[in-house]
Write a protein that binds this ligand. Structure first.
Ligand code: NAP
Length: 247
């Protein structure tokens, strides 16, 4: 229970990787603000967290909207009194080859994945600085490092999240705020459900561990990075990809 008394915000926590992160941090003792576009599904995560004996609050917010994010952070401090952990997990894809990619799909993906991370970090940092400490984890992706045909917008957003992570880590290290990224490979969630059988087979051949990841594989990496044991780790990108990309 290394996170007893801590308060965590997890964005995009109504399902998938975000829900697994919320549950895993709650297992370690943290109270959770479950932030998502979909308040109905967010309630399922709230129920899973409260079943572990922790407090949870569902907040409807679009991370791409600064007004929503500011109101969300004010609500969390109002209800819980502090913020120790921020996990920027909300993310979307709008895939297509570059020549066919519409500007609106480029903008949408960058707005949610990159600007959303900027907004939440900017809104939470003053609270962490006042508390003289905190931990931020940004969910990037293996394709932010490798590239992936059909994902110019998504891979650019995730590469940028890695740059943002390292810069914010340098800016606030002196105030004991750590900022790290977790870069998942291919994980079994709604995001990867659309993969056809053939694409899945091709993908599996590139993964030495021979399977797609589970949301909890990612959640355990996040849990470590926000734990007191990881207090001396900042600006790091932790790959959770079954060996698909090494180094
Ligand atoms: P998911 O199952 O689609 O869940 C994402 C959640 O984020 C959904 O509940 C979604 O709500 C919410 N969300 C989307 N846009 C939002 C916004 N503007 N504001 C607030 N919440 C928003 O995705 P996932 O697979 O768990 O992915 C989670 C993170 O891991 C993402 O950053 C993704 O890029 C990253 N990742 C995933 C994989 C993978 O293989 N699955 C691999 C590498 C990285 P709605 O459903 O209502 O839109």
């Amino acid at each position: 229970m290394g996170l007893q008394g801590k308060v965590a915000i997890v964005t995009g926590a109504a399902q998938g990787i975000g829900r697994a992160i919320a549950e895993s941090l709650a297992s370690d003792g943290a109270d959770i603000a479950v932030v998502d576009l979909d308040p109905g599904r967010a309630q399922e995560t709230v129920a899973a967290v409260t079943a572990k004996g922790r407090r949870a609050l569902a907040i409807k917010a679009n991370v791409a909207d600064w007004t929503d994010v500011k109101a969300m952070v004010d609500q969390v401090t109002g209800e819980f009194g502090r913020i120790d952990i921020l996990v920027n997990n909300a993310g979307i894809t709008r895939d297509g080859l570059l020549l066919r990619m519409k500007e609106e799909d480029w903008n949408l993906v960058l707005d949610v994945n990159l600007k959303g991370t900027f907004h939440c970090t900017k809104a939470v940092l003053p609270v962490m600085l006042k508390q003289r400490g905190g931990a931020v984890v940004n969910i990037a992706s293996v394709v932010g490092v490798m590239g992936n045909a059909g994902q110019a917008n998504y891979s650019a957003s995730k590469a940028a999240v890695i740059g943002l992570t390292k810069t914010v880590a340098r800016e606030y290290a002196s105030r004991s705020v750590t900022v790290n990224a977790v870069a998942p490979g291919f994980i079994e969630t709604a995001m990867t459900q659309a993969l056809g059988e053939e694409a899945r087979e091709t993908l599996l051949k590139q993964i030495p561990l021979g399977r797609l990841g589970k949301p909890d594989d990612v959640a355990q990496a996040v849990r470590f990075l926000v734990s007191p044991e990881a207090a001396y780790i900042t600006g790091h990108v932790l790959h959770v990809n079954g060996g698909m990309l090494m180094g």
